[in-house]
Design a protein around this ligand. Structure first.
Ligand code: GLN
Ligand code: ZN
Length: 762
């Protein structure tokens, strides 16, 4: 007997983003459906070949998708909302994801605590098996490459957990949807889905499939006993009448909830546990043991972070596991799907620093690590010698570490109270009631993007580029003055991305050439890698902001991305606590804030749209995160004068559970997304008696239309009912970067009019 290996969730995008290219050309009508399918087959064969060459004992299949793997389950189970016509074809599939002329798209939301986004299932019709996708994928791999595979798909419990039940329907528009797991229907939905899964598995068994992997990441959330009962009942339905097929249930991103009960009682043949995220699963194994009739699929190489494993430590861990699990029942695996990582470090050779490359492992390198681990155990292959710590030490900055160590967490924050500060600010800035402002960016036109590309490729000189940016700033200041806005912005034309821009100016960040990761559908991102201690060698934004300020007598906002957002949208190191990295970034930003203040900037906005994104999955860990996240934000601006106004902006956020922490950030003004919920979001602020400045976004910048005075007024009116009128600001929901000037000008004209009406009324 010998230890086996498997893997799952390998990136779908292709080494050169081939998937994006073919899907988008199909959308643009440049290629036919047949061409799309045949190109997609090529990508599938390529990735299956890589997986085959990884010498895995269980090669995964069915983990490829044209758009989203949750949407794949929906279309497989007939979960197609009526507004899409109910037929399963390729265009319906894409319409559910992106909307069509006649039907609005399904909602898209964050996948657990990752930066992946899935299409939310809407349970309004009965489940019916439209297409056995796992079987098709299994057959495809067998036909094309002659390999046996293990189909992988989301399990029924998690699938239902992630979906929503529509409550009310008005014509084609869904007015209100609630989370399926919060309704009494949850159990029934899971059971009905499990019946269809049972049919799928029977067909798989009949076709000779030996093993199937069902991913149930929702089992790491805070489950109630009732949920566990539902889960176990569901798996009885799902496995009913099956004889030979082996079923593995995989959990990841956190430790399994209710370990003892689930691991021992779930009627399946194997359990996958994430052993890289923290020690909790391993501690549970030591404490409760592991059932002798099940296999342990041990996630020992991370699917989430890009750091090479420490071979000796991993070998030690596996040896410890072998005390609890028989060798023939241990399967080594990645801990969570590999699609959170770029494909390979190969294209980065010669681009990234060699020392840094020595620390990195992307998806292909994870497969290599599994290969080596297996050899170490089965073939007495020597444990590779590494000196990771020495490499990491190369990027250490003692100065920075010392400064962070000196932070007294109890004393972080501004010294004067909000009410004293705000009074001074309003009189110094000479602001009217209901002041108007925007979130920062103005349209990033083709022209702007071309100038940046030309600058990056050396086609235009630094001076030419800077002059171009200056012209843009001059224009946008002029536009805002004519519109009559009160607090102006410089437009962010010099920024491609709000995190990348700052990362490129700070020490400790690296940027890959080809390190794309799917965020959703055909949208891929290249997350920065925070590999060293962070500092700011020189001012990052002062030049553009002071130029903008020199053009007007109205206040121009300094515009920064906050420490928590920079951290949450990057890959970050694991050898020091996340909190310390946040504080390092915060201290670097603090210098920038002070430089801006010294340069005469009176309002500084520090954006934290990803503040909530880092919220731990387990409730018991959320307080700790929120506390240091608030501290990091406060650190950035604690040293400014009381008359300097600090604003922040947050979007994509539900505030209900975290409102006390939002308040604790002690920002003078918070600008939030509010228009899509017609101001409903303000309820959380009302309940809390929120008494700092607040700008509920009245203009939904996500849709390409001009909002009327009336609809924006409705939200402004709702705000005065729940918040002190002297604290209300009038502004859009988010930055205007993705809009075009033709929409922006009339929309902002209407917005300014809303403020004027409010001033007359109140
Ligand atoms: N200041 C940024 C902008 O206006 C904020 C972007 C965001 O919230 N995602 O574009
Ligand atoms: Zn935003």
């Amino acid at each position: 007997m010998a230890i086996k290996t498997t893997a799952f969730g390998y990136p779908k995008i292709g080494p050169n983003r081939e998937l994006k290219k073919v899907v988008e050309s199909y959308w643009a009508g440049e290629i036919t459906k047949e061409q799309l399918y045949s190109e997609a087959e090529k990508i599938q064969i390529q990735r299956l070949t890589i997986l085959k060459n990884a010498e895995l004992d269980l090669i995964p299949s069915n983990d490829f998708s044209l758009y989203d793997f949750v949407l794949d389950i929906s279309t497989m189970l007939g979960v197609i909302p009526k507004r899409f016509g109910g037929n399963l074809d390729l265009d319906t599939y894409f319409a559910m994801a992106r909307g069509s002329k006649t039907a609005i798209a399904c909602e898209m939301t964050k996948w657990f605590d990752t930066n992946y986004h899935y299409i939310v299932p809407e349970f309004e019709v009965e489940f019916k098996l439209l297409k056995n996708r796992p079987l098709e994928s299994y057959k495809f791999a067998k036909e094309k490459l002659g390999i046996e595979t293990k189909p992988v798909l989301i399990g029924p419990f998690t699938y239902i957990w992630l979906g929503k039940v529509p409550q009310k329907q008005e014509g084609k528009l869904l007015t209100h949807m609630v989370k399926a797991n919060e309704t009494p229907k949850f159990k029934d939905l899971v059971f009905s889905a499990s019946k269809v899964y049972n049919m799928i598995l029977k067909e798989l068994e009949e076709n000779g499939v030996k093993t199937i992997q069902l991913d149930e990441p929702s089992l790491v959330l805070d489950l109630e006993d009732e949920d566990v009962t539902t889960l176990i009942e569901a798996y009885k339905i799902l496995t009913d009448g099956l004889e030979k097929i082996e079923i593995f249930v995989h959990t990841y991103y956190e430790s399994l909830s209710k370990y003892e009960k689930i691991v021992f009682d779930l009627p399946v043949h194997g359990i996958g546990l994430d052993l890289t995220i923290n020690d909790e699963n391993f501690d549970n194994i030591k404490r409760f043991g592991f059932p002798s009739d099940k296999k342990l699929i041990a996630g020992v190489v991370s699917g989430r972070d890009p750091w090479k494993i420490d071979f000796q430590k991993t070998v030690d861990l596996i040896n410890e596991l072998l005390k609890f699990v028989n060798e023939d029942r241990l399967i080594l695996s990645n801990s969570s799907p590999l699609f959170h990582l770029p494909i390979s470090i190969e294209p980065e050779k010669g681009h990234l620093d060699d020392k840094l490359l020595g620390l990195l492992s992307f998806a292909n390198e994870r497969l290599d690590e599994l290969k080596i681990l297996k050899k170490i155990f089965n073939e007495n292959y020597p444990v590779p010698s590494q000196n990771l710590q020495a490499l990491r030490d190369e990027f250490k900055d003692d100065e920075v570490r010392k400064k962070v160590a000196q932070i007294d967490e109890k004393k972080i924050g501004r010294k004067d109270s909000f009410s004293e500060r705000y009074k001074k600010q309003i009189s110094m800035l000479g602001l009217p009631k209901f002041p108007t402002t925007t979130i920062g960016s103005f349209p990033q036109t083709k022209e702007v993007r071309k100038a940046r590309a030309d600058f990056n490729s050396g086609k235009i000189s630094n001076e030419e580029y800077e002059n171009f940016i200056k012209e843009q700033i001059k224009n946008v200041i002029d536009v805002q003055e004519k519109l009559g806005l009160d607090v102006l912005v410089h437009g962010e034309f010099e920024r491609s991305d709000m995190v990348e821009f700052f990362g490129q100016k700070m020490k400790g960040f690296a940027f890959t050439k080809n390190g794309w990761v799917q965020s959703y559908g055909t949208r891929y991102v290249r997350p920065p890698i925070i590999y060293g201690d962070v500092s700011r060698p020189e001012p990052m934004t002062v030049k553009e902001i002071t130029y903008a300020q020199s053009l007007t007598s109205k206040p121009v906002k300094g515009m920064l991305t906050g420490p928590v957002t920079i951290l949450n949208w990057s890959f970050y190191r694991k050898d020091i606590p996340k909190k310390e990295i946040a504080y390092q970034i915060a201290l670097a930003l603090r210098e920038e804030v002070l430089d801006l203040e010294r340069a005469g900037i009176k309002v500084i906005q520090i954006d934290e749209p990803a503040f909530r994104e880092g919220l731990p999955l387990k409730k018991s860990k959320q307080k700790e995160y929120l506390e240091w996240a608030v501290n990091a934000f406060k650190l950035t601006n604690e040293l400014v004068k009381p008359e300097t106004q600090i604003q922040t902006h947050m979007c994509y956020s539900e505030f209900n559970e975290i409102i006390d922490y939002i308040y604790a950030m002690d920002s003078d003004v918070i600008l939030i997304e509010a228009s899509r919920s017609k101001g409903e979001i303000l309820d959380a602020f009302e309940k809390f008696n929120y008494d700092h400045g607040i700008g509920p976004g009245v203009y939904d910048i996500h849709s390409p239309r001009v909002p009327s005075v009336e609809e924006m007024l409705e939200i402004a009116e709702r705000s005065v009912k729940v918040i002190d009128k002297n604290l209300i600001w009038i502004n859009p929901d988010c930055g205007l970067k993705t809009r075009n000037w033709e929409e922006v000008i009339p929309s902002l004209q209407n917005l300014v009019q809303v403020a004027q009406i409010m001033r007359e009324r109140y």
